[in-house]
Design a protein around this ligand. Structure first.
Ligand code: NAD
Ligand code: ZN
Ligand code: ZN
Length: 388
């Protein structure tokens, strides 16, 4: 089959690779009908995650038709049309029972520290996201093996076409979780850093939940203009002003700052090398500019919600300011499985239409060009989807 594979930093290609096969009784093989490139894929593409090997197949946002089922699969059948969460969860461990599927302790046991000869719980495996996250081949391919198929794949009604539901695999629940973690409700004020797909989905969800004031910070004028016209955000271009947090505070009641700030940027690897106990990531320190800004923009007693991915140390984390302001921090990978049913209903009712952010539709064979466009962001590129 054809699949998008990694060949070194900024070098991805569509190659012929072996077709996936059923390995466990609860696996399925999915024929991919649509897949997307994510900001998280860019961390891999840019060569920032050492646990990526040449030939690895990327892609964690995908959907398709069930082609083959393992002997223990009961939840789906051949021919079903499903969206697959990017998190691989068993559905029945300590963490899955708490609806914390991204913390599933059974799917990525190769990761994490050993204490007293015992493996400490590790966090779920992810599709196409390096050997740190289980080394499971991704879905930017014609076919993909989906483990834990009784817990993950979610059946989609026929009347909803692929584009309307594809983002249920990741960025829509990620934006939604960010907004829920931020405590957004009727009348809230929020500052969202990053006007990429995750930031845009957060803006859509904040609007849906009744936020009154949504600030959005980025430096790509076309992304800010889109967010302004689509979600009514107040755009702030950080290339044009020194301190976005100051500009935000000036526009809040009583100069208090916003109720919540969302960091939809994540790490930009720069600086010194570090290694963390839990992840054994060998990464450069992350600059954390957006996170510092979030702490500055939020009011006393407010919340900083971080969907953006971080790894290793970050420089200049203003813990003293966070303490002084009495802030709450919430963050992490998205518990897709628990959010998906509610979000599907909201798409069906018309409350959410995530597909409108798609700017590029390419054939899988042009995936390398899709990565180049989404990485450079120099022409109006909001979200790239690929069709095998
Ligand atoms: P993206 O690269 O398209 O968007 C990031 C945006 O942030 C860009 O528009 C960029 O210009 C902007 N930006 C960079 N530095 C900034 C700064 N200092 N202040 C404000 N904006 C800044 O990526 P995306 O697809 O929107 O993903 C965003 C982040 O979310 C990534 O870190 C990605 O890995 C992460 N993510 C996390 C999860 C999760 O489960 N928590 C899921 C999906 C994506
Ligand atoms: Zn993603
Ligand atoms: Zn589990």
């Amino acid at each position: 089959m054809r699949a998008l594979t990694y060949h070194g930093s900024n070098d991805v290609r569509v190659d012929n690779v072996a077709d996936p096969v059923i390995q466990e009784p609860d696996d399925i093989i999915l024929r991919v009908t649509a897949t997307a490139i994510c900001g998280s894929d860019l961390h891999l593409y840019r060569g920032k995650i050492p646990q990526v090997k040449h030939g690895d197949v990327f892609g964690h946002e995908f959907m398709g038709i069930v082609e083959e089922v393992g002997s223990a699969v009961t939840a789906v059948s051949k021919g079903d049309r499903v969206v697959v969460p990017f998190v691989i969860a068993c559905g029945s461990c300590f963490f899955c029972d708490m609806n914390l599927q991204a913390a599933c302790e059974t799917t990525n046991t190769g990761r994490g520290a050993i204490i007293n000869k015992k493996q400490i719980p590790s966090g779920a495996a992810l599709f196409g996201f390096s050997h740190l996250y289980g080394g499971i081949p991704g879905g930017q391919a014609e076919l993909v093996r989906v483990p834990k198929a009784n817990a993950g794949p979610f059946k989609i009604p026929d009347e909803l076409d692929d584009e309307r539901v594809l983002f249920l695999s990741d960025i829509l629940p990620t934006g939604y979780q960010a907004v829920i973690n931020a405590g957004i409700g009727e009348g809230s004020s929020v500052a969202i850093y990053g006007a990429g797909p995750v930031g845009l989905m957060a803006a859509a969800c904040a609007r849906m939940l009744g936020a009154k004031q949504i600030f959005m910070v980025d430096h790509h004028a076309y992304r800010l203009a889109y967010a302004q016209s689509t979600y009514g955000v107040i755009p702030i271009n950080f290339d044009k002003i020194d301190d976005p947090a100051e500009a935000i505070i000036e526009q809040t009641e009583g100069y208090r700052g916003v109720d919540a700030a969302i960091d939809a940027v994540g790490f930009e690897a720069k600086g010194s090398t570090t290694e963390t106990l839990l992840t054994q990531l060998k990464l450069e320190g992350s600059s954390g500019k957006a996170l510092r800004q979030c702490i500055a923009a939020v009011r006393r007693g407010g919340t900083v919600s971080v969907p953006g991915v971080y790894a290793g140390f970050i420089h200049g984390f203003l813990f003293g300011d966070a303490f002084d302001k009495g802030l709450t921090f919430k963050m992490g990978q998205t518990h897709v499985h628990s959010l998906l049913p509610d979000l599907l209903e909201r798409i069906q009712s018309g409350a959410l239409n995530p597909e409108i952010i798609i700017s590029h539709r390419l054939n899988l064979s042009d995936a390398a060009e899709g990565y180049r466009l989404f990485d450079k962001k120099d022409e109006d590129c909001r979200k790239v989807i690929l069709r095998p």
